[in-house]
Ligand binder design. Structure first.
Ligand SMILES: [Zn+2]
Length: 151
């Protein structure tokens, strides 16, 4: 029963990993001798992982490999396959142009800086002393400070 489960899982995994390769652009990639895009590289690595899994399965069934080794190796391959799937999904997203990427980075950085900076300025409205810390009363003249939003 456990073995059946293991076989079912590996079959499902095989379909999961290979089906997108066959469905999408397998034919197109066969025309080109070497596709050097990152996405193609990820797909190749996925195929390699899949082959390794098949070999592992075969060797385990042939009694060439200990259960413990089989389990840990299979876990490694499965994790790697999952990681490659994720990476492929990332790579398949419409790529941000260089400009849009920089813009997004700048916005994110600004947001981070805003979050890190003290939100208010504590400049005294009476004497103009810039209190370096959030205070309720001016450190210089003792006037009440109402925190203003930093522009
Ligand atoms: Zn003051």
């Amino acid at each position: 029963m456990v073995l059946l489960g293991a076989v079912l899982i590996s079959v499902a995994l095989a379909v999961f990993v290979v089906a997108p390769l066959l469905a999408a652009d397998g034919a197109r990639q066969q025309v080109l001798p070497i596709d050097v895009t990152p996405l193609a590289d990820l797909k190749r690595r996925r195929l390699v992982v899949y082959e390794n899994l098949q070999d592992l399965e075969f060797e385990y069934k042939a009694g060439k490999i200990a259960r413990q080794d089989y389990d840990s190796l299979r876990q490694n391959y499965t994790a790697e396959a999952a990681q490659l799937m994720l990476a492929s999904q990332e790579a398949e997203k419409p790529a941000l142009s260089g400009h849009a990427f920089i813009e997004r980075e700048v916005l994110a950085r600004r947001a981070r800086r805003r979050a890190a900076a003290p939100p208010d300025e504590y400049t005294c409205p009476k004497c103009g002393f810039e209190n370096p810390l959030p205070v309720k009363f001016c450190g210089d003249c003792g006037a009440a400070i109402v925190a203003r939003k930093r522009k």
